[in-house]
Design a protein around this ligand. Structure first.
Ligand code: NAG
Length: 215
């Protein structure tokens, strides 16, 4: 009897551990069928017999992104949207171009950790730990340097070198998602009431109105 209870407890524990992580793929691959109307956690698989090399292929990361915008940066993603064969595999990439003094503004990936490699130039990068410490952990990176942004934490990059910079971001999800803090908070659709933001940011309503008007 005691043995049975022990066994059950062990079983319950191992199950709960297993469910705390993304399940491993249960087949060689699951190419996203973007035409399917089925709703699942992720995208449904197209028939494996229909797999083509192009389902696992993307070209374009050699191309410089157009950084002529207010941030001075451009992200070129290569995730499940561009590469359907990434579906269920838990990885993706992005190229990031930075103009002089350009920034990739504070944002989070709700579903992925990120490891960033600097290919060209010099970047100041950082992330902020969760409450209550909110510690900024930051570093200047040069060509060939690598930095990690843990899943869910707010992070950013700024080009602090001479000329343009290029980085390659690798992410631990085929669909990492992005929440850009400024856009989400001040540019939501519908807007968050300015009374809420005024108290949250400890500024007056007019300041909030000005910030909201930027988005
Ligand atoms: C880059 O983007 C700007 C602003 O959208 C546009 O005016 C310009 O033509 C683009 N440049 C290239 C080379 O595509």
């Amino acid at each position: 009897m005691a043995n049975h209870i022990l066994l059950l407890a062990l079983l319950a524990f191992t199950c709960s551990v297993a469910f705390s992580f993304e399940p491993s793929p249960l087949q060689d691959f699951c190419i996203a069928d973007t035409t399917s109307s089925a709703r699942v956690n992720g995208m449904v698989c197209k028939d494996a017999k229909m797999a083509q090399a192009n389902d696992f292929f993307f070209t374009g990361l050699h191309l410089t992104g157009n950084t002529s915008n207010s941030l001075g940066s451009k992200v070129t993603p290569a995730n499940v949207v561009q590469i359907p064969g990434l579906n269920t595999l838990g990885i993706s990439l992005a190229r990031i171009d930075y103009a002089s003094w350009g920034i990739n503004p504070p944002h989070t990936h709700p579903r992925a950790s990120e490891i960033l490699t600097v290919l060209e130039g010099t970047l100041f990068v950082g992330f902020v730990t969760s409450n209550p410490e909110n510690r900024l952990i930051s570093k200047v990176l040069n060509k060939g340097d690598v930095f990690v942004f843990p899943v869910g934490l707010i992070h950013f990059q700024r080009n602090v070198g001479h000329g343009n910079a290029v980085a390659l971001a690798t992410l631990s999800s085929q669909n990492p998602g992005v929440i850009t803090i400024a856009n989400a908070v001040f540019g939501s659709n519908l807007p968050i009431a300015s009374e809420v933001l005024a108290k949250a940011f400890q500024v007056d309503k007019y300041m909030v109105d000005r910030l909201q008007a930027q988005f």
